[in-house]
Design a protein around this ligand. Structure first.
Ligand code: NAD
Length: 300
């Protein structure tokens, strides 16, 4: 099976490498020369353009930052730049793993269907660690038959594959999850900062809470306090991982969705404002666990 992989960022790069390691013929592309060079050095075949990567592909995978990038890639921009759907053969399966608005997923999937191209949304959870280890969770929106076609590919990048519903449903599940994640990272940071301000050792406090009723994913795998967890972005000056601006985007998508369906999401709204303030303070490119900086004395 031939796979075109577009978007070799923090997540897409390792995901594409796992597909190559599994024996698929992968042709990859990213707008960033730096990303292309990095993954060419790791052995990935790099195409000269997105259009070239898809010419003989059976499956096209995209892993881009936000809705505008996915819409711009597949549908083009206002006539001057043709969309990638014009270059993809009918019968091809498109898997978009970016986290974007469900409405955009439906818009692009409808345009694809009009050209005989099947498309599913398959956003992921599990962070860069999960992308590298091939243990991501996929939340899929689309036809059950299309998910079955995608399954052998998704299985090489993830450990859990869920069918959330029709096109766009994967995105809805993803923003619910990330709204919860954004809130719990702030709550975890708040509790750790309070303990440290009282002289507690953050490693000891983290272990106490991890094994108590406050235990959660941040304490298990992604501690926001530098030095507590060697592998977490917090211990690497918050480099890599999941950017604050990407979390801000996801919380914005959750709020737009909540407005549309008249849902009450007070903590999601507050979390969005706190990540926005953190981004405005110049921390948008840092991992989202750096939100701890908002809640902690500068000297600690
Ligand atoms: P990233 O910014 O590291 O990577 C995105 C890549 O897309 C960049 O290399 C960029 O150059 C490339 N790109 C943008 N437009 C392009 C185009 N038109 N053609 C080709 N390449 C293009 O982002 P990431 O952290 O890899 O995240 C990707 C998606 O996955 C986002 O939607 C994010 O919300 C989601 N996500 C990220 C994480 C995480 O931990 N980083 C976890 C789960 C989901």
């Amino acid at each position: 099976m031939k796979i075109a992989f577009i978007g070799l960022g923090h997540m897409g790069g390792p995901m594409a490498l796992n597909l190559r390691k599994a024996g698929f013929a992968v042709k990859a592309f990213d707008l960033s020369d730096e990303a292309c060079k990095k993954y060419a050095a790791e052995g990935l075949a790099i195409a000269a353009s997105a259009a070239e990567s898809v010419t003989d592909a059976d499956v096209v995978i995209s892993m881009l930052p936000a809705s505008a990038h996915v819409e711009g890639l597949f549908l083009g921009s206002g006539g001057s730049k043709p969309g990638l759907l014009d270059s993809i053969r009918a019968g091809t399966l498109v898997i978009d793993s970016s986290t974007i608005a469900a409405a955009t997923s439906r818009k692009v999937a409808d345009a694809a269907a009009a050209k005989g191209i099947a498309m599913i949304d398959a956003p992921v959870s599990g962070g860069t660690g999960g992308a590298i280890a091939g243990t991501l969770t996929f939340m899929v929106g689309g036809e059950a038959d299309d998910l079955e076609r995608a399954r052998p590919v998704l299985e090489k990048m993830g450990a859990n594959i869920f069918h959330a519903g029709g096109v766009g449903a994967g995105q809805t599940a993803k923003i619910c999850n990330n709204m919860l994640l954004g809130i719990l990272m702030i709550g975890t940071s708040e509790a750790l900062a309070l303990g440290v301000a009282n002289g507690l050792d953050p490693k000891v406090l983290s272990e106490i809470m991890r094994r108590s009723s406050g235990g959660n994913w941040a304490l298990e795998k992604y501690n926001p306090m530098p030095g507590v967890m060697e592998t977490a972005p917090a211990s690497k000056n918050y480099a890599g991982g999941f950017g604050t601006d990407l979390m801000l985007k996801d919380l914005g998508l959750a709020q737009e969705n909540a407005t549309a369906v008249r849902a009450a999401t007070p903590l999601g709204g507050l979390a969005r404002s706190l990540y926005a303030a953190h981004s405005l303070a110049g921390h948008g490119a840092l991992d989202f666990s750096s939100v701890l900086k908002l809640l902690q004395k500068a000297s600690t």
